[in-house]
Ligand binder design. Structure first.
Ligand code: DX5
Ligand code: ZN
Length: 217
């Protein structure tokens, strides 16, 4: 099943609640929540207090929290407490990735692992049986509105092949630079969870969501 996960990094924060409701009611089942700490990535965004508000604004949306922070295991209880459904951690940011994945699941959330553009698929070989999602970063994390790195299409295909060969069923998410113009390419490569920030929240939000969903049918 294909799922749209609009990244609220590009939302108009003056109208955050209203715009979250708009994308969700237009058919985006997930909300992609980009948490940045100014250390793992060169930007700072928001954390649990904002997520608590997001949870209230769209109570039945799936909160897909993308943690671009060092050692996210330190905050598992905090994310659970504010209503996160998924904690997706970077393989590069965890000294003990396997332990972190287990701890997220033990806390009752879905566990995802994200890979930076230069990180090979082999990095997650020994946690792949345990994850609910693999996130392929198609930009270097830190900012919205960057250009898609085309080499990541091969990485998506490689992960899909590995998943199918192993008989697994985790989701494959793509994040960064996804637009209407390259959406078909990422779907064809094997991604089924589509993150888009600027392409959804700039201009007409409802039209953007429906244009994306039309191609994702
Ligand atoms: C980048 C974030 C992305 C980003 C997507 O660090 O993880 O979610 O906001 O934004 P666009 O779709 O504008 O590239
Ligand atoms: Zn993201």
């Amino acid at each position: 099943m294909n799922i749209l996960s609009p990244s609220m990094l590009s939302i108009d924060f003056n109208n955050m609640g209203e715009n979250l409701k708009k994308v969700h009611e237009a058919g985006a089942e997930w909300i992609h929540v980009d948490v940045m700490d100014g250390s793992f990535v060169p930007n700072i965004s928001f954390g649990p207090p904002v997520i608590k508000f997001v949870r209230q604004a769209v109570p039945d949306a799936f909160l897909d929290c993308h943690l671009m922070i060092d050692e996210p295991a330190r905050y598992i209880d905090d994310y659970k407490a504010v209503g996160a459904d998924m904690m997706c951690v970077h393989a590069e940011a965890c000294k003990h990735l396997h332990r972190t994945v287990q701890a997220i699941k033990a806390a009752g959330m879905k566990a995802g692992v994200a890979l930076n553009p230069a990180t090979p698929v082999e990095t997650i070989k020994y946690v792949i049986n345990d994850v609910d999602m693999v996130l392929v970063m198609s930009v270097n994390p830190g900012f919205g509105g960057q250009s898609f790195i085309a080499s990541q299409l091969d990485k998506i295909s490689e992960i899909k092949k590995l998943r199918d060969d192993m008989g697994l069923s985790f989701d494959i998410e793509v994040d960064g630079g996804v637009k209407l113009s390259n959406l078909k390419d990422v779907l064809d490569a094997g991604a089924n969870v589509i993150v888009a920030g600027s392409a959804i929240f700039n201009n007409d939000i409802e039209k953007n969501v429906s244009d994306f969903l039309e191609i994702m049918k």
